[in-house]
Structure formats: C-alpha cells, structure tokens
Design a protein around this ligand. Structure first.
Ligand code: GDP
Length: 432
C-alpha cells in the first residue's frame, strides 16, 4: 500500500495486544485528520516519547500529539473521567491541548466498578479462568452496559435523568458487591459520587459530540480517519480465546459499532503483528517459550506491560492464529514490528499448523480442551543479524529476514505494508 492512497484505515492488534500499535498509529497518524478509539478503556497503554519526555497514555488516542489531528473517543469506549482529566493535565504540562471529541453515548466508569473489578478477581482466579484484569473497572462497566443499567456521557449532562439512572446503578452495584462478592469495604457515599460526577459532566461538556455524525461529515469532506484498536484480536470478547479475553470487540467490527460508521466506509485494515508473540494473563499459548530463550526475547524486547508492568509471556510467531486474525478482520495489509528483537538468533521458528491427536489442524479450535492439547508444528528459518537499522527499503534487509517476511505473506495471504525495525519513527520501511 502506498502511504498516500487511503482515506480511512483501521489499525488493529493481530495477536494478543502489545504488538506495537502505538508506533504504527503514530506513523500513519501524522497523515490523519481524525484518530478514533472505538473500544476498551484506560486498560490500553501507549508509550510515546515527546520532546524527550516519556508520556504514558491509557485512554486518549495516540493522535493527540499531532496538532492537526482531532482525537475521538467513540461510543464503544468505557470512559473514566478522572483518568481523562489526568491525561489532559499531563499533556497541558507539555503545552499540548488536544482537539478532542467524546461520544455522548460512551459509558461511564464509576469508582464502584473499580471495586467490583478488584474484589471479583479472587473469585475468578480460584477457578483459573479469565484474563488477568487491569482492575480499572472496565468489564463491570461493559457488563452494566449490556444489562442496560449503565450511565452514558450524555446522562451526566441531564441532572434529572442522571439521578434516576445513577440511583438504580448504585443500588444494583452495591447489592452485587455485598451479596455476590461478600464485599465489606466502604464505598464513597452515594450522594458524594453523584455530585462529583455531575461536576465531571460539566467539565466533559465542551468535548461531548455526536461522534457518528461528526465522522460521517468528515468522511463526506474527504478527511482522513484512523480507527485505532486497543488490545488484540485474540482478546476479542467474541472471537478471542474466551474467557481469557478483554470485554469488548477488538476486531474490525468493533470499529463500526464502536464509532457508528458503516463497513463500506472502511478502506484499509492494517493488522499489527509482532515477529513473535507475547501475552499477559492466563490461557494456553501453543508456541510459548518458558525457557531461557523466551526470557532472552522478553529482555531484548522489553516485554513488560505499559499499564501494569507485568512480565509478558513469550512465544514464537503462530500462523494458525495469524491466519485466523486475517480472516476475521479482513486485513488489507500487515505491519510487522520488532524484527530487530530477534537479531542474532541462530534459528527462528514459526508455527505453521497444530497437531491434535495425530492430525494436522490449520484453524483455531473453539473448544479450550482441544486447543490446550494442540502442539505447534514448526518451520525453522535461519536467523538474521543486525546492521540494517538504517535500511529504508525491504531490499536492504538481510536475506534470511526477507525470506521470513515472504513466507509470512504467502502463508497468511496478506502483504506486509510496513516493517518496523526499531522503536523510532525512522526505523520504518513502507511498501511503495
Ligand atoms: P501497543 O500497545 O500495541 O502499542 O504496544 P506496546 O506499547 O505495549 O509495545 C510497543 C513497544 O515496543 C513500545 O515501547 C515501542 O516503542 C516498541 N516498539 C514498537 N515497534 C518496535 C520495533 O520495531 N522494535 C523495537 N525494538 N521496539 C518497538
């Protein structure tokens, strides 16, 4: 894909998150008029270096630092206003005042959602199910949205409606906490939370908009729009490795429902793929490396969570998983990151299929007990070494690396549009 010819683009994690979406979004973001987040909440994490300062953003889209870019929080996001105000304050210190638009339909995270997240984890852990939570109140807020007792941004702007909705939500949550989870802690008094969030609503008001309508107008005017996914395909609540997932749709359909845009308006779908895999939380990882090799990749790649600091589990690239991601998302191109992390390894393995009870399996099984018995079938490639940090074309990359790239493209059936050979913006090779 040439860099110039696109109007709308969805950028998604093709694996378990932490693929380097931040860098890829930042790269394309410099050409965008809008960057939109459409799912998740402040459980995402981007590390951006701005004027020598390290900036950690969990909620705001990575486009905030591009001056001409309007950053958008779609209806599919769950919003913690306190985190939003903190991130805005961080940016203000750097002299950045983002042009921000927040959907009136996004749901609000309250302190009791965070308490729920906190106390429920023990119950899940005992049964060894569910991904480790970031304890930011994300899933309880989505659960309330689906139970239709949630409070949306627009509700905070209407005292009478907020009162009714809040009373119901607070009572429901309190009972759940006490009865289901045996919560004996103290919640802040109902009235204090109510008044506090009314006030937050007033602070949010200048940013609140009908995002779907605004994006439709922008599209009509030929503006360039990037939809920025958080987490990754395998964490999708429907298509991921349920229940080791997040609580929203991280796949391409999430961009339509989470921002209110029709699928015909989505031109490009870029799958961000790391040259190996990493994940946090539970669940089987067929290509996992629990040995010294895995530890070495973790150290070189600095695979520790941006939000939680947790060490990530590491494994070889899994093409069964990647083909699945390409099918569900309809990737038009891949962005392959962190090839430099694998510099200097004698052999690089790629999982091309699984073996289950003597048979080859090429598609992801939904049954977890079957999945857990799938053994990876590897193809081994000779490794590559460094010395290509300044390569600007694919032809300038070492031959073993080029062969690896071509193999991935052929197996997945999707071209690699972007190759990232280091964290910096300049360490990027684009297919012309
Ligand atoms: P995201 O959540 O998908 O944006 O991924 P993370 O932020 O968790 O991980 C990306 C990290 O890897 C950031 O610190 C990036 O600076 C870094 N990164 C991105 N691409 C590359 C690359 O090609 N090589 C190296 N060495 N680091 C990269």
């Amino acid at each position: 894909m040439s860099t110039a010819r696109w109007q709308t683009m969805v950028i998604l994690g093709a694996q378990w998150g932490d693929e380097g979406k931040g860098k890829v979004t930042d790269y394309y973001g410099s050409q965008a008029d809008y960057v939109v987040r459409f799912q998740g909440g402040n459980n995402a994490g981007h590390t951006i270096v701005y004027r020598g300062q390290v900036l950690k953003l969990h909620l705001l889209p990575s486009g905030v630092l591009h001056k001409r870019c309007i950053t958008v929080i779609g209806n599919g996001v769950v919003l913690d206003p306190r985190v939003l105000f903190e991130e805005l304050a961080q940016l203000k210190k750097l002299g950045v005042v983002p042009r921000l638009m927040i959907s009136e339909r996004a749901h609000i995270i309250f302190p009791f959602h965070i308490s729920m997240d906190d106390v429920s984890e023990g119950a899940f852990k005992k049964k060894n199910l569910a991904a480790l939570s970031t304890k930011r109140g994300i899933w309880p807020t989505y659960a309330d949205k689906m139970a239709r007792v949630g409070v949306r941004v627009v509700d905070l702007l209407n005292r009478e409606l907020f009162r009714r909705k809040f009373d119901l939500l607070y009572d429901v949550q309190l009972r759940k906490l006490r009865i289901l989870y045996n919560f004996r802690g103290r919640l802040r008094p109902k009235e204090v939370i109510f008044q506090g969030y009314l006030k937050k609503g007033r602070r949010l008001k200048p940013y609140v908009a009908d995002v779907s309508l605004a994006l439709a107008c922008a599209y009509e005017q030929g503006k360039r729009i990037i939809f920025e996914g958080a987490q990754g395909t395998m964490l999708d609540i429907d298509h991921g490795l349920y229940p080791y997932t997040t609580s929203s749709n991280t796949t391409v359909g999430g961009a339509c429902t989470g921002a209110g845009v029709p699928p015909q308006q989505i031109e490009r779908v870029v799958g961000v793929v790391k040259a190996y895999v990493s994940r946090v939380g539970g669940g089987y990882l067929p290509t996992e490396l629990t040995d010294a090799l895995g530890a070495r990749i973790r150290e070189i790649g600095q695979e520790y969570g941006t939000t939680t600091g947790r060490a990530r589990r590491i494994g070889w690239l899994d093409l069964v998983q990647l083909r699945f991601a390409a099918r569900v998302n309809g990737f038009t191109g891949l962005a392959l990151t962190k090839v430099d992390t694998l510099n200097g390894f004698k052999a690089i393995k790629v999982c091309v299929a699984y073996r289950y009870k003597g048979k080859l399996v090429r598609d992801l099984p939904a049954d977890l007990m079957v999945y857990e018995k799938c053994q990876p079938v590897y193809r081994v490639f000779p490794g590559w070494s460094g010395g290509y940090a300044h390569a600007r074309t694919r032809a300038a990359l070492p031959l073993p690396l080029r062969r690896y790239l071509t193999f991935i493209e052929r197996e997945v059936g999707v071209p690699i549009d972007l190759i990232s050979t280091g964290p910096g913006r300049e360490a990027t090779i684009i297919r012309r």
